[in-house]
Design a protein around this ligand. Structure first.
Ligand SMILES: Cc1ncc(COP(=O)(O)O)c(C=O)c1O
Length: 453
């Protein structure tokens, strides 16, 4: 460790004192996991980090060392780790009735669906509950196919939609696709992100040309009619990429011209994360036909949902549709508490304000650090693309890992994304403060200077 990384920057204070850790040693946890758990799961640091306690935007390892969490458990912890209100509701519900299934009535499921409807554009008012984002996307595609009678689906290159069979087919990164995947009727249109687009012109012109690619794809790869166009309003795993504001409007119009329903995957961008709006799609002035949600909806509990119009939802009534844990009372209690906390603590507004501060700070860093090729995103969904050369845009993959290692050393956990693994992903719990942002910027400044002086 060099002198400058070892000089600690001052972390904003945190009133929470973690309990002394009394569990097995980190080495034992690692060895047990390596021997008995799924060998495909990965850890991101050279020395795997063990986390044993959390408090809002803070995480603690087994030694009691505190970290500012800028990834929120992969964009999942919307309100904050162990948020007192969410925790209390979950504990109360678990102690009262942890499981019921939808074959019986329970008050929380309808109530949660009603409160989600109140946050959606008019007409999007029927919700199916599932357990993961992958399941939500699978279900959304099945609904679109049933509703339209068409089977072809257009998704976007550089998108990530999950690991279940249909979701993996929707995903457009070779790194996440197993060779077992049969890409049945799913086609990937060009990504409108201007930073790496093959098209030239202004971001708006690139967006229009990218939207036109959907028309080409429909013409050449489908019978001319499609079931759906599914995209993330902001590509999360892809490195917070998105098109100019005209992209989704033009893309939705082309998809609809060809009979397709428009599906917004809000798994990462929903629930106020982008600041200006509650849902990511609202930033682009479009109204989807189906919205899929997961992650932030449950603040860490396995909860996901598909919201759509009644005429679309009713297509599922032609067969028995059942999901054992969909609508689980504990998950419903968590989801209801999340909606309340976002409102009560004005987390969307906070994402807008502190996210704006963060982005401005990152843009300032970009003027001083030659590694930073692009700063993008909105609210608390930000990406910083690192490149070796600003002209060639050669991805700075090893440097990205090195920046993350230095930041960890200094007490900040950051995510990584992008097809080349060269994008720093900043998506903290929505409760971070301006002081946290300033601290994180100082840490990044230091880490970037260490990696590329
Ligand atoms: C945009 C998006 N959609 C879907 C998924 C899949 O969600 P899950 O991992 O809960 O299946 C993810 C997960 O990262 C995601 O980021």
């Amino acid at each position: 460790m060099t002198t400058s990384t070892s000089t600690r920057l001052t972390m904003p204070p945190c009133p929470h004192v973690p309990r002394p850790y009394t569990g097995p040693a980190r080495s034992e946890v690692l060895a047990t996991r390596r021997q008995y758990a799924n060998p495909a799961i990965f850890t991101i640091y050279k020395e795997p980090l063990m986390l044993v306690e959390g408090h809002l935007q803070w995480l603690f390892d087994e030694t009691g060392k505190r970290y500012l969490d800028l990834l929120a458990g992969i964009v999942t912890v919307s309100c904050g780790h162990a948020h007192p209100k969410v925790t209390k509701r979950v504990q109360e519900q678990a102690a009262t009735l942890a499981h019921a299934t939808t074959i019986y009535l329970h008050p929380l499921m309808g109530e949660f669906a009603k409160r989600l409807a109140a946050r959606m554009p008019p007409g999007l008012d029927v919700t199916y509950f599932v357990n993961s984002g992958s399941e939500a996307n699978d279900l959304a595609i099945m609904m679109a196919r049933l509703y339209t009678g068409n089977s072809d689906v257009i998704a976007l290159r550089n998108g990530y939609h999950g690991g279940s069979p249909t979701a993996m087919a929707l995903t457009s990164h070779h790194t996440w696709k197993f060779p077992t995947q049969v890409n049945s009727g799913i086609h990937h249109a060009l990504c409108p992100d201007p930073y790496r687009s093959k098209f030239t012109g202004t971001p708006e012109q690139i967006a229009t040309q990218s939207a036109e690619d959907i028309r080409e794809l429909i013409k050449f790869s489908t019978p001319g009619r499609i079931a759906a166009f599914l995209t993330e309003p902001f590509q999360g795993v892809g490195g917070v990429t998105h098109g100019a504001p005209n992209y989704l409007r033009e893309a939705y119009a082309i998809a609809r011209e060809h009979g397709g329903l428009c599906i917004a995957d809000e798994v990462q961008s929903g629930f106020g994360r982008t600041g200006a709006h509650y849902w990511g799609f609202q930033n682009w002035g479009v109204v989807p036909d189906i919205v899929t949600m997961a992650k932030g909806i449950g603040n860490g509990l396995p909860l996901a949902a598909v919201t759509t119009r009644r005429d679309i939802a009713e297509k599922l009534t032609q067969r028995i549709h059942f999901n054992t844990y969909g609508g689980n009372p504990v998950s419903m209690a968590a989801g209801l508490a999340v909606l309340e906390v976002i409102d009560e603590e004005q987390l969307q507004e906070n994402a807008h304000i502190v996210g704006g501060r963060f982005k401005a700070g990152l843009q300032k860093l970009a003027t001083r650090h030659r590694l930073i090729g692009d700063v993008r995103g909105m609210g608390l969904m930000l990406g910083v693309e690192l490149v070796r050369d600003l002209q060639t845009k050669e991805p700075a993959k090893e440097e990205t890992l090195a920046v993350m290692e230095h930041a960890r050393e200094l007490g900040v956990l950051i995510g990584k994304g992008g097809l080349y693994g060269n994008v720093l992903r900043i998506k903290p719990p929505l409760c971070i403060t301006a002081a946290d942002v300033d601290f994180a910027l100082e840490v990044l400044d230091r880490a970037l200077a260490e990696v590329a002086p």
